[in-house]
Design a protein around this ligand. Structure first.
Ligand code: PGA
Length: 302
């Protein structure tokens, strides 16, 4: 049976199965029974002439054909969502969902922007996924969202990225830290102090390690933590200092709970970017959000 006998319904079910990774969860999400999901996936595999999934132990995996079909499903359903928005726009309506994947640290900046955007475009719903740099790059690679917000887009000709706001990384400690109040602290002096690092895969960590490495130094990492919040609490608990995006510590600096260290060469001047695969056709909702970010851009951002 050739592929043209595959139905949109089968592709929809397979797309959900690829996302949920389990027949039972897929059935629950689509209000079907597990056998109904299995039958549709089997029929799709028969049309294609190849198995699409394999069960190893309790884990369900996509075969290489399954991965190709899953990627095509994402393109097809993105295009359908986009078409729905274009048809609505023809009637002067705005509708649809804007799916944005944002890097953890950007969650101190982007939700407010999305709030203002929604106030201007109430017909557009927003789905927001938060993850560290590695997780967001994984989503971008698989074309899972409309837009990706991150601090350092990969230097890859296949990615289009526009800067829309500054992102400064600063050194912060608790008041009473040995270096608090000192002027122009050298990086080699800072490197000796107990340092609290973000987890592997974090963009902040990558930028900080790179800064020390370029000076031939390594921070004295005493603890690794999986979030900016956990790091702030640990600094407040006198476990060490860290280098974080200024946006994450504004409240604590204002209240005096944390203090900024005056380090020569800091802040690291980075930017927030909205990125997407260069060959992607942006949905009307994503185009509207890019236009909104552009209109909010401070003039200093490139
Ligand atoms: P992170 O990324 O939240 O993964 O640390 C932030 C950044 O790249 O600036």
């Amino acid at each position: 049976m050739p592929l043209r006998h595959a139905t949109l319904r089968q592709l929809k079910i397979f797309d959900a199965l690829a996302n949920h990774g389990s027949v039972v969860r897929t059935a629950g999400a689509l209000h079907l029974t597990p056998p109904a999901v299995s039958i549709q996936v089997k029929q799709l595999a028969r049309s294609i002439g190849q198995p699409l999934i394999e069960q190893i132990g309790k884990q369900l995996h996509l075969t290489s054909h399954g991965r190709l079909v899953a990627a095509a499903c994402r393109d097809i359903f993105n295009r359908i969502e986009s078409l729905d928005q274009e048809l609505a726009a023809e009637q002067g309506l705005e509708r649809g969902t804007l799916s944005v994947a944002i890097i953890t640290t950007a969650s101190y900046v982007v939700p407010r922007l999305l709030g203002d955007f929604r106030a201007e475009h109430p017909g557009i719903a927003v789905a927001m996924h938060v993850g560290n740099r590695e997780a967001i790059l994984g989503r971008l690679e698989h074309n899972e969202d409309d837009l990706y917000i991150l601090g350092q887009p990969p230097e890859d000709g296949r990615i289009s990225a526009r800067a829309f706001a500054p992102n400064l990384l600063i050194a912060v400690s608790y008041p009473g830290h040995a270096l608090a109040g000192e002027r122009s602290i050298g990086l080699e002096r800072l490197a000796r102090e107990p340092f609290l690092a973000r987890e592997l895969g974090s963009g902040t960590r990558l930028a900080v390690e790179d800064t020390f490495a370029r000076a031939g130094l390594r921070p004295n990492t005493v603890m690794e933590l999986g979030s900016n919040e956990a790091i702030k609490q640990s600094i407040a608990g006198h476990l060490g200092y860290s280098i974080l995006s200024e946006s994450t510590v504004r409240t604590e600096l204002a209240s005096g709970e944390l203090v900024r260290l005056d380090v020569a060469g800091l802040p690291l001047k980075r930017q927030w970017y909205a990125a997407y695969p260069r060959n992607k056709i942006l949905s009307p909702a994503a185009t509207a959000f890019c236009g909104f970010l552009e209109s909010r851009k401070p003039t200093a951002v490139g």
